[in-house]
Structure formats: C-alpha cells, structure tokens
Design a binder for this molecule. Structure first.
Ligand SMILES: [Zn+2]
Length: 194
C-alpha cells in the first residue's frame, strides 16, 4: 500500500466512526488467525494515551491494521522512534500519523507548569519537558493556548520524526515514507489529518 492509499483508508475509517456507522473491520476470528502468522499494518500512529482517543476506534480499524505508539502528549523519545523504525523497516508501514487531540491533559499540564516554579511530581517531568518548547512557541498568540500548543506540539513532533536520522529522514527524502500530523476533535470524533 502506498502512503496515499493508507491515508485514504484512515480517512474513510474515521468518516465511518464520525457518522456513527463503524464497520469494525478485521476483528473476526479468521482475521485473528491470519495475523497470528504475521503483521503488515498499513499505518503507524503516534498518539496520546488519553482514554478518549483509541486509534483503532477513531479510524475504525482492527487486528493487524495499525501499529500504535501511545504516550501522554504524543511526543517521541528514542524508545518511541525505535518502535516506529521497527514498524517501517520490518513491517512495511509507510505512513506515520502524529495524532494530537483537543483538550489534551498532558499539554494542559505543560501549559500550567510553564507558569510555575514548582517541579513536576514523580516522572511527570519526562512527559512535560518535551512539550514545553511548543508551549513557549505559542505563548502570547491569540486563541486558546492549550489548543495552539496541541497543534504546535504535533507540528514539532512531525518535524522531529522527519529529521530523525538515519532511518526515517532517509526514507522521507526518497518519498517512500510519509509523515503527517493530525488533531482529533473530542466532540465530533473527527481526526483532521494533513
Ligand atoms: Zn492527551
């Protein structure tokens, strides 16, 4: 499947989800048996851990369809990038979607912590620190700061993955791999991909 075909499939699945007419494809026992022998997911999704944004539901997909990395705030550390590289190199996926979402709690926390001198508790700093540059970027701009930061964070992570050497950057430069961003709307269920 080409990146364009994979993107079309994601858009069609999301449209079914938005309209309340999901087909729940690839969830049969036959499909389970089929993919037990091997997986060839058509897209890689880097999305937030938020319980309201499960990619298989949002894109009306099933077993073996999507290779998903989820972390609060949908940022990419080395472990996430390594996971993505595995899916690209060994499973044949050639479309990566970085999916942010409306009212992201991790981004909201990063916005709040930018105005605070207190250190984030526990391991939360590891979640917030990679989002901080996006918060800084949009500070003072007109509009809702959390939503602006959600969009800026997605754009930043897309750029980071596109520049990630040697694996992802090389494949992007030859046109074999496409990396795009998206924002999920909690109310409508629409994943705006571009
Ligand atoms: Zn989130």
């Amino acid at each position: 499947m080409t990146p364009a075909e994979a993107l079309k499939k994601l858009r069609e699945g999301n449209a079914r989800f938005v309209s309340g007419k999901p087909e729940h494809p690839d969830q049969s026992n036959d499909r389970r048996s089929e993919v037990a022998k091997g997986q060839h997911p058509y897209a890689i999704i880097l999305s937030c851990s938020d319980s309201r944004v499960p990619p298989e539901l949002v894109f009306d997909a099933g077993l073996g369809d999507l290779f998903i990395v989820r972390v609060a705030g949908n940022t990419a550390d080395d472990s996430a990038i390594g996971s993505i590289e595995y899916a690209v190199e060994h499973l044949g996926a050639n479309l990566i979607v970085v999916l942010g979402h409306e009212r992201c709690g991790a981004v909201k926390a990063a916005v709040d912590s930018a105005d605070s001198t207190a250190a984030a508790p526990g391991h939360l700093a590891a979640v917030l620190d990679p989002i901080a540059p996006s918060v800084k970027e949009v500070k003072g701009k007109p509009g809702d700061i959390v939503d602006l930061a959600v969009r800026a964070n997605v754009a930043r992570v897309v750029a980071q993955l596109k520049a990630s050497k040697p694996v992802l950057a090389d494949l992007v430069s030859t046109g074999k791999l496409q990396i795009i961003g998206g924002r999920y709307d909690l109310e409508t269920g629409e994943a705006e991909l571009k």
